[in-house]
Design a binder for this molecule. Structure first.
Ligand code: NAI
Length: 254
């Protein structure tokens, strides 16, 4: 379905969930993949797993909110594999259900740092390298919460809307330079992040699947396939889009 032979790809948040599934799919189709995540041990386990399956992957632990770590991660990737063509920025944390007045500054700063600022920081250093290849692409993982709003999750909703804004701005800036930049907007996906949210707010468990028009959650593979499509030549004229991969969730109206 895809051909990423001779491509080097960074995936942030690749130790778990959507990032991990995307790293595995990119590697399965020939890419050399950098597993970048704050969870050092899990990074290594994912890279080892990909190599055992016959792919090529290296773990480079990194906190994507720390500029110098992101810079070094990208530099190390280029040193190891000789360049960079693809980046998928999937690292993120769940929001809090605290209401607009209930959010503390600490909560706001943390969510905006990890879910929004880190995407800009990652792109900043990834683009410096991708530009040298004169072609390439970036996919940022936003959310259905980037397209519609969830009451009580103001920081997460703002961060995911922000990811769409920065994706559009960078896409315009780089369109004439051969670099495509897109976002995916997943609906509810069964990952450790969603499990954590359910642990904190057990009352939402039954609501989640029933709010999806398809009456089920997405699998990580379904999101990874959409990301890989946007990274592939099949999407060669697609840039700046915020693609819902949500089983119709954001269609809900009246
Ligand atoms: P996950 O929790 O399985 O994976 C997120 C990964 O990001 C983890 O491995 C974590 O260690 C890493 N991470 C967190 N903070 C980091 C930091 N400062 N530096 C480096 N790595 C860091 O979660 P999931 O569900 O795979 O989430 C991936 C992305 O998808 C997130 O941006 C999330 O907001 C988004 N998303 C998830 C949905 C879902 O239902 N699971 C729905 C819509 C969007």
């Amino acid at each position: 379905m895809f051909n990423f032979k001779n491509k080097v790809a960074i995936v942030t948040g690749a130790a778990s969930g959507i990032g991990r599934a995307t790293a595995e799919l990119l590697a399965k189709h020939g890419a050399k993949v950098i597993i970048a995540d704050i969870q050092e041990q899990k990074c290594k386990e994912v890279a080892e797993f990909i190599c055992e399956e016959g792919g090529e992957a290296v773990a480079i632990p990194c906190d994507v909110t720390v500029s110098i770590e992101v810079k070094k991660m990208v530099e190390k990737a280029v040193l190891l594999f000789g360049g960079l063509h693809i980046a998928v920025n999937s690292a993120g944390i769940e929001g809090v259900h605290a209401g607009t007045t209930g959010h503390t500054e600490e909560m706001w700063d943390k969510i905006i740092d990890v879910d929004l600022k880190s995407v800009w920081l990652s792109m900043k250093y990834e683009l410096l390298e991708i530009e040298k290849q004169k072609e390439g692409c970036i996919v940022n993982v936003s959310s259905a919460a980037g397209l519609v709003a969830g009451a009580g999750t103001i920081a997460y909703t703002a961060s995911k809307h922000g990811v769409i804004g920065l994706t559009k701005s960078a896409a315009l800036e780089y369109a004439s330079k051969g670099i495509r930049i897109n976002a995916v907007c997943p609906g509810f996906v069964r990952t450790p992040m969603l499990e954590k949210l359910i642990d904190s707010y057990p009352e939402i468990q039954n609501q989640l699947a029933s709010r999806e028009p398809m009456k089920r959650l997405a699998t990580v593979e379904e999101i990874a396939h959409a990301i890989c499509y946007l990274c592939s030549d099949a999407a060669s004229f697609v840039t700046g889009v915020s693609m819902p991969v949500d089983g119709g969730f954001t269609l809900w109206g009246i």
